[in-house]
Design a protein. Structure first.
Length: 241
């Protein structure tokens, strides 16, 4: 069913998941009476050879995937959540509410298959246009209580000590001077929204290159600070438009 997507000189990867009857127990999607394939992203370009673009917008994916009764594109759930990395607890509260709603009743399964039941959780995507690595570094999953693989009181928790360390790291390395340097390097003729992906990539690469020793001394890993760095850089870039 995917043969029509194969074209010479084009490298395309579809990301999705088989779900439905007999695949997973205890969730609404397992009660629909058949197996379906749910697409949640697509990649153009080979990331092992060059920069690859990741497509996550459901409307764009729907135009790309073949029409078939057992192929679906997962939609966004609810309104976007703004993450202020200076105050991540506020976003954590909103994320926990979203997870609770989905766990109580999977809205997509109810709307598409008219089956009510438990949902596993939510996956958070940054709403930016950019290369695969820029987007995937900011993606994360939050599962409901029934589906967590480690014990925690909430789906999303903020460790105050780590949060302070991350904020101190961002304040140290994401300086006004570095931001302006990145803008000059990536957007010599002026900033446009189409260039935000390149700007974020430059900033992340430059900060990561210069901070390896500081990260180790602080007991942090790059994956812990990447979201905060990108969030501050994105907000600053948009303010320059």
């Amino acid at each position: 069913m995917f043969e029509a997507l194969a074209q010479p000189e084009r490298h395309l990867i579809l990301f999705g998941e088989w779900c439905g009857q007999g695949i997973q127990k205890g969730v609404a999607i397992s009660q629909i009476g058949r197996k379906v394939f749910a697409v949640f992203a697509a990649q153009t370009g080979d990331h092992q050879l060059t920069a690859a673009t990741l497509i996550t917008e459901p409307g764009d994916l729907a135009e790309l995937v073949p029409q078939h009764p057992d192929i679906f594109v997962l939609p966004w759930h609810g309104d976007p959540i703004e993450v202020d990395f200076a105050d991540p607890a506020t976003a954590a509260d909103a994320l926990n509410k979203a997870v609770e709603q989905v766990e109580h009743k999977d809205p997509w399964v109810k709307a598409v298959f008219e089956v009510e039941g438990t949902g596993e959780g939510v996956v958070l995507y940054p709403q930016i246009d950019g290369e695969r690595d820029d987007i995937t570094s900011l993606m994360f999953k939050a599962k409901g209580d029934k589906h967590r693989v480690r014990k925690s009181a909430k789906a999303v928790e903020v460790d105050p000590a780590i949060a302070r360390s991350i904020q101190e790291f961002v304040d140290t390395f994401v300086t006004e001077a570095r931001l302006h340097q990145g803008l000059t390097e990536v957007c010599p003729d002026g900033a446009t929204m189409r260039q935000i992906g390149g700007f974020l990539k430059w900033m992340n690469s430059d900060v990561r290159k210069e901070s390896s020793g500081d990260l180790e001394a602080a007991g942090l890993e790059w994956r812990q600070v990447a979201k905060a760095v990108t969030g501050v850089c994105k907000a600053w870039f948009r303010a320059q438009l």
